[in-house]
Design a protein around this ligand. Structure first.
Ligand SMILES: *Cc1c(COP(=O)(O)O)cnc(C)c1O
Length: 463
């Protein structure tokens, strides 16, 4: 690449205004939302980095596909377009559409798991874990030790610990109905998994006759990391790399709201005829007939086009590079974060950045409020509010207090990223004055969505 300026590999045909607000308006909005960013109105947010799920911009080709959508109940043309694309990329035999990734998980686990079973994974995403546990099975996280250290640089921090996987398989014959690897490892910081690790995990599983599945939500971003970081893959296309990843597995679950570049949708894909039949029977019960699975025909078209666009090299380069570029600017200012930056998100390390705020005053939560107050940025806390409350009602602070900045696909431009960097560097100058928050209303489950807070010491930022 001759020039280093990152340009968006698209031009803009439709625009949606975002609204500037004054600091006073943001302070009032934050108070009205009880210091919970989930309770803000989206129109009061300038740059929304709450999630990369379903928030991407569709292309003109996807919209054209939507117009072609065939809404026939059974055997729609749009289903065959979708099925053909998924099969071409993954090589799997049975392609089952679902309304989201979690529906694919529920259907697979309903058919494959029994109470007391164990499902190993590099790290289960929270809906995956919840769906395993709903079957009274154990969701076992086995990331490599490097994956647990936020500041350690490693090219494939998403890898599964192969020795731990082998120990689990050897010690539990008949109790592991399937093993999974999540690419990229979302809960572990959006970190990639190498093809070498996928290959070794696949071989291990097959030696123990255990089916191997991929949680494929960010398969294209993972393929890009393999291309740029794993020896031997620089000359392969993301499509070829993705195909090789899937060739090692017996099936996958997918949320099309991520690397499907769609606003809704997902699928389950697998080779086993008998398991597929049981999944399809269950699909009809809650999602719909096997050729639409809870989606409109036009959604299937949008996904079919989106999956191919997600594998475009220029797009992947722009996407991964934008996040990395922001990380470089913050690193240069000494702002602590999970390194290296992930594919879809950057994770600020609030515990290291704001060491004066005790964990029981929710440092990452307070930081996310300050990012909104100062710059109109919406992020999400991944710390004590999200994970501190145990099922028995006690508090157990997690190891890390992180603030995730997740990047919607194709939505923000280089100047938005420059703005983010400027706000974060400004917040860095205030850091010693940032104060913690107190939880004043705490629902018993998934409390981060609705809990209410107030500043613990009068103001979020001391005079
Ligand atoms: C988003 C996600 C899911 C669940 O998908 P939904 O479409 O939100 O139901 C599962 N696994 C991972 C890794 C995800 O990021």
């Amino acid at each position: 690449m001759r020039f280093k300026t990152i340009i968006e590999p698209f031009r803009i045909k439709t625009v949606e205004p975002i609204r500037q607000t004054t600091p006073e308006q943001r302070a009032a909005a934050l108070r009205a939302a009880c210091y919970n960013l989930f309770l803000l109105k989206a129109e009061d947010v300038l740059i929304d980095l709450l999630t990369d799920s379903g928030t991407g911009a569709m292309s003109s080709n996807q919209w054209a596909g939507m117009m072609r959508g065939d809404e026939s109940y059974a055997g729609a043309r749009s289903f065959y377009a979708f099925e053909g694309t998924v099969r071409e990329i993954t090589g799997f035999k049975h392609i089952i559409p679902t309304h989201q990734g979690r529906a694919a998980e529920r259907i697979l686990f309903r058919a494959a798991l029994h109470p007391g079973d164990i499902v190993p994974n590099n790290t289960h995403f929270d809906t995956t874990r919840a769906n395993v546990e709903y079957r009274d099975a154990v969701a076992l996280d086995l990331p490599i030790p490097e994956g647990r250290q936020p500041h350690l640089i490693h090219p494939f921090k998403g890898n599964i610990d192969l020795e731990a996987l082998e120990r689990t398989l050897a010690a539990n014959p008949g109790k592991v109905p399937l093993a999974m690897i999540t690419v990229t490892n979302n809960s572990g910081g959006g970190q990639p998994v190498s093809l070498a690790n996928l290959r070794a995990a696949s071989a291990l599983c097959h030696r123990y006759h255990v089916p191997f599945f991929i949680d494929a939500c960010r398969f294209a971003e993972n393929a890009w990391f393999i291309k740029t970081r794993e020896p031997g893959y620089a000359d392969k296309t993301p499509f070829e790399i993705a195909h090789e990843m899937f060739s090692l597995a017996d099936g996958c679950t997918m949320s099309a709201k991520k690397d499907g570049l769609a606003n809704i949708g997902g699928f389950l894909a697998l080779n086993d005829d008998d398991l597929a039949q049981r999944c399809k029977n269950n699909l009809i019960l809650t999602e719909g007939f096997v050729t639409y699975g809870g989606l409109a025909g036009y959604d299937l078209e949008a996904i079919a086009v989106g999956l191919r666009e997600a594998l475009d090299e220029d797009y992947l380069h722009y996407r991964i590079r934008s996040v990395e570029y922001l990380a470089e600017k913050l690193a240069a200012a000494g702002i602590p974060m999970v390194r290296p930056s992930g594919g879809h998100a950057l994770y600020l390390d609030a515990k290291a950045w704001l060491p004066h705020i005790p964990q029981n005053e929710f440092p990452a939560w307070a930081l996310s409020c300050v990012l909104y107050l100062e710059g109109g940025i919406r992020s999400v806390e991944i710390g004590s509010v999200m994970f501190g409350l145990q099922p028995d009602g006690t508090e157990k602070p997690p190891a890390n207090e992180l603030v995730r900045l997740a990047f919607p696909r194709r939505v923000y431009t280089q100047s938005h990223v420059d703005y983010l960097a400027e706000v974060l560097l400004h917040v860095n100058t205030l850091k010693d004055r940032i104060r913690g928050v107190r939880m004043v209303k705490s629902p018993p489950t998934l409390r981060h969505f609705t809990a209410e807070f107030e500043p613990a010491h009068g103001a979020l930022i001391a005079e």
